[in-house]
Design a protein around this ligand. Sequence first.
Ligand code: PAF
Length: 276
Amino acid sequence: MRERSRAWRARGERIGLVPTMGNLHGGHLELVDRLAGEVDRLVVSIFVNPLQFGPDEDYDSYPRTLEADLAALEERGVAAAFAPTAREMYPGAEPPRTGIDVPALTGTLCGASRPGHFAGVAVVVVKLLNIIEPDVAIFGRKDYQQLQVVRRVVHDLDLPVAIRDGPVVREADGLALSSRNSYLAPEQRRRAPALYAALCELAAALRDGRRDLAALEAQGRERLLAAGFDAVDYVAVRRCEDLAEPRGDEACLVCLGAAYLGSARLIDNVEVALHV
Ligand code: PAF
């Protein structure tokens, strides 16, 4: 892969990367389309990264649809799909011993309930960047915290790549596209848009000037349970720039939520721009 991308670079071509875990949906394809216009060669990586799954999580059952993914990418004229095996990415019997920690960002929200998840994401993203050496890489805003972690790692470690972000792509009823939506039974699927609805309600309250965040977050949690979610991991309002607790002077707040319908853990977020 590196030989190929170095050959492109030697010809003066600009290289873009869309990192994915496959099972491509409209959200991924939006990232592909956005970056395609900006580069000469677009690479999409497809790798279900064992390092970012906890022992009781869905690594084994995560949907793998390589044939269909490759067909969709071929249709879009992608220059290469990089789809290594776990053994190729992590040779040897043990997982890599080098870790990447972003303490200010990874102990909270999804990081609090998924210990090691963002460290696993950071390691695989840095490996993919080092293998493919893209000029630019794009990540979806649905994984808001992941995007922040990636930006931080790239900044702090001086990685020579520009990071772009792409929008949350939604179904008509508001549910954010996610590979994990395929875990939902029809009844759960019917309830799932309540996550986005609860975050929109929270965002509207912030736009109206309310700042009783603990009460608003509790209300969001209640709304999800009332809508039939089985458990709520968090509903939280944070600063957009660093996911810290708001101080009252920020220009951008983000409402984030993570909640379970059965075994499916759904996440979503809504940004609120404020006039300060
Ligand atoms: O967002 C994802 O699909 C993954 O976390 C990523 C960025 C491809 C790393 O495995």
